[in-house]
Design a protein around this ligand. Structure first.
Ligand SMILES: C[S@@+](CC[C@H](N)C(=O)[O-])C[C@H]1O[C@@H](n2cnc3c(N)ncnc32)[C@H](O)[C@@H]1O
Length: 249
């Protein structure tokens, strides 16, 4: 592998967000929903990224993506935020060839692992982005462009003083709702009850959304959602799981 190739995947880690400045030119510190873990990018993950980025990778840009051009079809597009190692996302894409999937993750080992698994499974209807999802939503996704949004086991930020770092906030949901088509879905799952209650409150207070739950709270775990790595970990720790599924009116 050449030196240029080896630096590409490593460089990605340093560009997961764009620097923003105040009017007087000072660096703006943002409240992030993630911590960039130091987990090492293995050679296997690095090679998968370097060799397949042209086919699977999408870069942050200041204008909305043209999904018809990207995928070469008009199939519905589903966005997943924080796919972790990406196994469940690849499985979903494999099971639903008539839908297009776009996954966002800031953790580069996960991005490499996801691409490697997509190559192994010969999945064509998937693209991945290695960048802060809040910036991607804001700048790269056109209004009404999505048929669904998936957020599985987002970082729960357990302590009350960190709750502001939770990705699910009213302004985040408002941004998603704008980008969803009418009839589009928001599917979330968490193994942290306090976060589930917070998600439910934010979603219920968004008047464009309708809860599909019979009891106006959670839905039973759907079979179509593959088991994720964090869900498995939660099972080992004896955690429950809460799924929320809302539709845009
Ligand atoms: C707790 S993990 C869950 C991963 C996976 N969904 C699962 O269930 O195994 C949450 C993931 O979200 C990612 N994440 C958090 N905030 C993000 C953001 N703003 N943009 C992209 N990824 C983010 C983290 O890097 C982390 O891998």
């Amino acid at each position: 592998m050449s030196e240029t190739q080896s630096t590409f995947a490593e460089h990605k880690r340093k560009t997961v967000e764009t620097a923003e400045f105040t009017e007087d030119g000072r660096y703006k510190r943002k409240i992030r929903s993630f911590v960039l873990r130091t987990g090492r990018l293995s050679d296997f993950q690095k090679n998968a990224m370097n060799e397949n980025w042209t086919e699977y990778g999408l870069e942050y840009q200041k204008t909305p993506f043209d999904f018809v051009e990207i995928f070469g079809n008009h199939n519905p597009v589903i966005l997943e935020i924080g796919f972790g190692m990406g196994k469940s996302l690849v499985e979903m894409a494999k099971q639903n060839p008539n839908k297009n999937y776009v996954g966002i993750e800031v953790h580069t080992p996960g991005v490499g692992a996801c691409i490697a698994y997509a190559v192994e499974k010969n999945v064509k209807n998937l693209r991945v982005i290695c960048h802060d999802a809040t910036e991607i939503l804001r700048d790269c996704i056109a209004d009404n462009a999505l048929s669904g949004l998936q957020l599985f086991f987002p970082d729960p930020w357990h302590k009350a003083k960190h709750h502001k770092r939770r990705i699910v906030q009213p302004h985040f949901i408002a941004n998603i709702v704008k980008r969803l088509q009418v009839g589009g879905f928001i599917h979330m799952a968490t193994d942290w009850e306090n976060y589930a209650e917070h998600m439910l409150e934010v979603l219920k207070n968004t008047h464009e959304l309708r809860n599909t739950s019979a009891d106006n709270n959670y839905i039973p775990r759907p079979d179509f959602r593959p088991l994720t790595k964090f869900e498995q970990r939660g099972h080992r720790l004896g955690h429950g799981v809460w799924d929320l599924y809302f539709i845009k009116n």
